[in-house]
Every structure is written in C-alpha cells, then in structure tokens.
Write a protein of this length. Structure first.
Length: 136
C-alpha cells in the first residue's frame, strides 16, 4: 500500500514539475520575443547576433523548444539582458544615466526650495512658533 502511495506521489510531483518547466520555457520565449521586438530586430538578425538558427529563434519564441544554457547565454548577450530577465515576470532594470541625472536634478530643486523657504522645511506650526519667539 505504501509503495502505491509513493508511486502516485512521484507521478503527481513529476507532472507538476513538467508543467512548471513548460511555463518557464514559454515565459522565456515570450520575453525573448518582447525584447527582440523592442530592439526592432528580425528573427534573422537575432539569429545572426546569437549565432543560432532562425528555426531555433522561432521555436524558442513560441515556447516549443527548451534552449540549452549556451543558447540562453547567446540570446541573453545578443539582447543585452541578463538571463534572469527572460524568466522573471517583471524585472526592474537600472535606470539610464540620463534618467538618474534628471531625477537627481529634480530632487536637488526640491531641496533648494526647502532651504530657501523655511516654512517648507520646518512646517507651518514650527514657523509660527519661531516667529512668536523672535517677536517676543
């Protein structure tokens, strides 16, 4: 009896793992296609950059082929993203230097405004208290 239960459990776990693997392969392919389109590359161009066949690109993008680690690494390099990017649902990538500079300028402007206007820095209640102490 115990043997049957364990064989059944093994089969259930195997099916779950198989399903998860198919989902990962599909996700990888979707992300490859999204990134390729984002870079405005044809499948042919990506195949040349990654040194794989056009057929492999097509199979990977459609989730019909599980690529080897070497193919994943080649695609990752050609598409200028880490391999993990292609598996994650939503990956937040570091901002471009220009975007970081724009954000720094915005924050510096806010800081300068607070320094120039004490009420922004201290809050209205603190300014009233300060004015009373200066007047008295």
């Amino acid at each position: 009896m115990g043997l049957r239960a364990s064989a059944w459990e093994h089969e259930r776990v195997s099916k779950t793992a198989e399903k998860s693997a198919r989902a990962l392969v599909a996700r990888f392919g979707e992300r490859v296609r999204e990134r390729r389109v984002e870079l405005r590359l044809s499948q042919q161009e990506l195949a040349e950059l990654a040194d794989v066949s056009v057929g492999m690109i097509s199979l990977v993008e459609r989730g019909k082929r599980s690529p080897s680690f070497e193919v994943m690494a080649s695609l990752s390099a050609a598409l200028k993203r880490p391999v993990a990017y292609f598996f994650a649902a939503d990956v937040e990538l570091p901002q471009a230097p220009e975007a970081l500079l724009d954000e720094a300028r915005r924050l510096m402007g806010q800081l300068a405004e607070r320094i120039e206007r004490p009420e922004a820095r201290l809050g209205k209640a603190a300014v009233k208290t300060r004015k009373k102490s200066e007047a008295g």
